[in-house]
Write a protein that binds this ligand. Structure first.
Ligand code: DQA
Length: 144
């Protein structure tokens, strides 16, 4: 069975209570459960991981090679700072969908820059928690 990794970065463990006016009230475990359930519905095995640590996210991307067909990545604030995450994605050559709950382009200027965008197959942002299902569909469509 095709497997996807849903990888969430710093502060996303606080979803539900973190700035709900920006990120909504859905918790990360709700999102993760929904991703797994949606995967089951469409015949894709979904695994989820969250870390607040850049190096752990790099390790997770490395470890994904050979196990997962692709990655859905919400790198949180590391999106705007991390050359290490970008290099990790380039190194494993797995398809990555960049995901954000909020519309980063409609927010502060520093959020308009993404180090991930150039090495992702595409970006989904602004659709809140629903974006994760959109990303699963986008990744499976890309792999067909
Ligand atoms: C985010 C957007 C980032 O700018 C921010 O640092 C986050 C969350 C989002 O999902 O909208 O932590 O990735």
């Amino acid at each position: 069975m095709t497997s996807f990794l849903v990888l969430n970065g710093p502060n996303l463990n606080l979803l539900g209570t973190r700035q709900p006016e920006v990120y909504g009230t859905t918790t990360l475990s709700d999102i993760e459960e929904d991703c797994v359930a949606y995967g089951t519905e469409i015949g894709i095995s979904v695994s989820c991981l969250q870390s607040n640590h850049e190096g752990e996210l790099v390790d997770a991307i490395h470890a994904a090679k050979g196990t997962f067909a692709g990655i859905i990545l919400n790198a949180g604030a590391y999106t705007h700072t991390s050359i290490a995450l970008r290099d990790a994605i380039s190194s494993v050559e797995l398809p990555v969908i960049e995901l954000h709950l909020s519309n980063i382009h409609a927010r502060e200027e520093f959020r308009h820059t993404s180090f991930i965008a150039a090495v992702a197959i595409g970006q989904i942002c602004g659709f809140g928690a629903a974006g994760y299902r959109l990303a699963i569909d986008a990744l499976s469509g890309h792999l067909k």
